[in-house]
Design a protein around this ligand. Structure first.
Ligand SMILES: C[S@@+](CC[C@H](N)C(=O)[O-])C[C@H]1O[C@@H](n2cnc3c(N)ncnc32)[C@H](O)[C@@H]1O
Length: 229
């Protein structure tokens, strides 16, 4: 089998590196050290499910605003753009500028270049900055920045899954808004924190590949329908 070829690497704020590899038509994004592979272009079913499950209720909503964190290989973003209608706005926050550059190059072919869709707007930086505004802004927030509700890409991501982070996310969602979080597996305590914040929580098990593969979890947290804030 041909070896993986390193195409580029990028520094991660707070330490470590993210590296892009290619083998024939396949790409892999890896983190330095024991953290291993973050994403492989051949395995993307659960990344799409994150978008389908998180945005299903927005199919017929005009001017829906969806926030995706982060870009990765663009599969989640591409699927959101399929689900929502033409009047929607989809913001995608990506921590590493090089990931955006990779998607503008050969990597972008994997998800058929969703960044070229005029409804998509990329914001380079930590998704946390978009979640701390305290203003109801989004109808859905889809998070796939680690391997689950624990900071993997960078330690600071732990905030996203903490009581404080969840409370901030609750504030920036519109009433009935949806938070969807990708995870490699279940996390009971995360579900409890979501419920304690006022979310109605449902956890779905999805396969990493269409008809097979590893089982992943998607946390679906709906802002309490009786809430007016
Ligand atoms: C697993 S990949 C996302 C895969 C994506 N769902 C897809 O369909 O290809 C994780 C991405 O989140 C980015 N990321 C990690 N932490 C972030 C943060 N705090 N804010 C924004 N992006 C972040 C990483 O740089 C990486 O591009």
């Amino acid at each position: 089998m041909l070896p993986w070829i390193q195409l580029d690497s990028a520094a991660i704020p707070g330490g470590g590196e993210m590296t892009l590899f290619q083998r024939e038509k396949a790409f892999s994004i890896r983190l330095t050290g024991k953290r291993g592979e973050l994403m492989n272009s051949r395995v993307f079913n659960s990344e799409k499910e994150l978008a389908k499950l998180g945005c299903a209720y927005l199919k017929n909503t005009d001017k829906a605003h969806v926030l995706v964190g982060g870009l990765g290989m663009g599969y989640t973003l591409a699927e959101v753009l399929k689900v929502v209608n033409q009047s929607a706005q989809v913001s995608v926050a990506e921590l590493i500028p090089e990931v955006v550059k990779w998607n503008q190059g050969a990597l972008g072919e994997c998800a058929k270049r969703p960044l070229n869709d005029p409804r998509a707007q990329v914001v380079i930086g930590d998704v946390k900055l978009l979640l701390e505004t305290n203003k109801p802004t989004y109808d859905a927030i889809l998070l796939d920045v680690d391997n689950g509700p624990e900071g993997l890409t960078q330690g600071n991501n732990n905030w996203l899954y903490s009581t404080q982070g969840i409370a901030a996310i609750y504030q920036v969602l519109h009433p009935k808004g949806m938070l969807a979080v990708w995870s490699a597996g279940p996390d009971y305590l995360f579900s409890v924190r979501l419920k304690d914040a006022g979310f109605e929580v449902d956890t779905r098990v999805v396969s990493s590949q269409k008809r097979s593969g590893t089982q992943h979890s998607i946390f679906l947290a709906r802002k309490n329908t009786s809430s007016s804030s």
